[in-house]
Design a protein around this ligand. Structure first.
Ligand SMILES: Cc1cc2nc3c(=O)[nH]c(=O)nc-3n(C[C@H](O)[C@H](O)[C@H](O)COP(=O)(O)OP(=O)(O)OC[C@H]3O[C@@H](n4cnc5c(N)ncnc54)[C@H](O)[C@@H]3O)c2cc1C
Length: 354
């Protein structure tokens, strides 16, 4: 599940952690042809927001996308983020066919429980499947269960320090009703600004899928529910911030992720700018709604420097992690391009050393 926005990894991987991703970034941009969408695919709502954001001095631009403009029908709008029926949006699943053709085996519907360890070295994983318990042996074990799934597996495997602290890049959607075609009529996150990254936030165009829209509005703005009638004329923006690494995730208890004063101040500043842009783009001021705070990027639950080393290896030899949990601090920007670069770097390391 993602909107297909492609944002480069931050420089601090190199300056603060000695991890150079530049070559992998260039390779990925070329291999996957990550380019901004042409005007006719980006949609009129995105272009209207781009023009308004630019005119107000917020440095709006088109974002690079993981979307093939030739295949994109540009009409899925709000539901684009849920998957692509036209195969226009790149997915990591594309590689599974190659893997199977090369002789690999894909086991689906298996929930990995823990890593098996012999003489202090990782030897495989155990998993639960519909057909019963499964044990898989491997020379190298790479856990990629995401920022929420990986710490559970690591904790059950004796790495109890995983999951102590988490980032989620908190975000808020802001929408308003206009007379013009709405954000739901084009791919989300086609435009936005990185101008405020140093202040800890980015802005981009987005609206909830129509099925989710009323659920989110009932929670935060129930009096505005009738705005649903004008869903197709609503313009939407999002502020997404870098957050402090707080809270915990544990097999023993609930997930906790408190927002700090700094997180809230960044959200508030971004919301204020989004409201100005929406009004400039033609939204009625009294139709503007500020949604609930949410987080779409669980990460930093097995961070580089604390749970894995620079090569993404845990303190258990042969056990690696490759997903958003290794990112050492909040990215405050789309995650997938950074994850691809880290995964390519891990692959090079494994090919050199195993
Ligand atoms: C609505 C939305 C829009 C987004 N848009 C963008 C965007 O435009 N651009 C961008 O770069 N990022 C975007 N993101 C963020 C991005 O999708 C995630 O950050 C990214 O997918 C994280 O990758 P991951 O490999 O860490 O984890 P995931 O992609 O979550 O993969 C982990 C997988 O492991 C599985 N798993 C978990 N536990 C187990 C277990 N015990 N056994 C077996 N399997 C397990 C999960 O089911 C999941 O399939 C978006 C996120 C959301 C929610």
């Amino acid at each position: 599940m993602y909107c297909g926005a492609a944002t480069e990894p931050p420089d601090w991987f190199k300056t603060d952690y000695g991890i150079k991703l530049g070559d992998y970034l260039q390779e990925t941009i070329e291999q996957l042809n990550l380019v901004p969408l042409p005007d006719e695919v980006a949609g009129t709502a995105s272009l209207r927001l781009l023009a308004a954001g630019d005119e107000l001095g917020h440095g709006f631009q088109k974002f690079r996308k993981f979307i093939d403009p030739l295949k994109c029908r540009s009409r899925c709008g709000g539901t684009c983020m849920l998957g692509c029926q036209y195969q226009a949006k790149w997915s990591a699943r594309n590689y599974l066919t190659d893997m199977i053709e090369a002789g690999g085996e894909l086991i689906t519907r298996a929930e990995v429980d823990r890593v098996t360890v012999q003489d202090g070295v990782a030897t495989g994983v155990t998993a639960k499947t519909a057909r019963g318990d499964l044990e898989v042996k491997a020379e190298t074990v790479i856990i990629s269960a995401g920022g929420l799934g990986t710490p559970f597996i690591l904790q059950k495997s004796g790495i109890v320090e995983a999951g102590q602290g988490m980032c989620i890049d908190p975000l808020v959607f802001i929408t308003g009703v206009s007379k013009h075609p709405g954000t739901c009529l084009g791919p989300p996150m086609s435009v936005g600004t990185y101008q405020y990254m140093d202040e800890g936030f980015i802005l981009s165009d987005i609206i909830d899928p129509w099925g989710l829209w009323p659920i989110m509005v009932i929670q935060e703005n129930p009096a505005m529910l009738l705005n649903f009638l004008s869903y197709r004329r609503q313009l939407g923006l999002m502020v997404k911030v870098t957050d402090e690494r707080k809270g915990s995730i544990s097999v023993k208890g609930p997930i906790s992720k408190p927002l700090t004063d700094q997180d809230r101040a960044r959200l508030d500043r971004g919301v204020k700018i989004c409201k100005e842009i929406l009004i400039k783009a033609g939204c009625r001021p009294n139709s503007i709604m500020v949604g609930k705070v949410r987080g779409a990027h669980p990460m930093s639950t097995a961070p580089i420097g604390l749970v894995v080393d620079q090569n993404l290896q845990t303190r258990i030899p042969n056990l690696y992690v490759s997903d958003a949990s290794v990112i050492p601090r909040s990215l405050g920007r789309p995650v997938v391009l950074t994850l691809i670069c880290l995964a390519k770097r891990l692959t090079s390391h494994l090919l050199r050393n195993h």
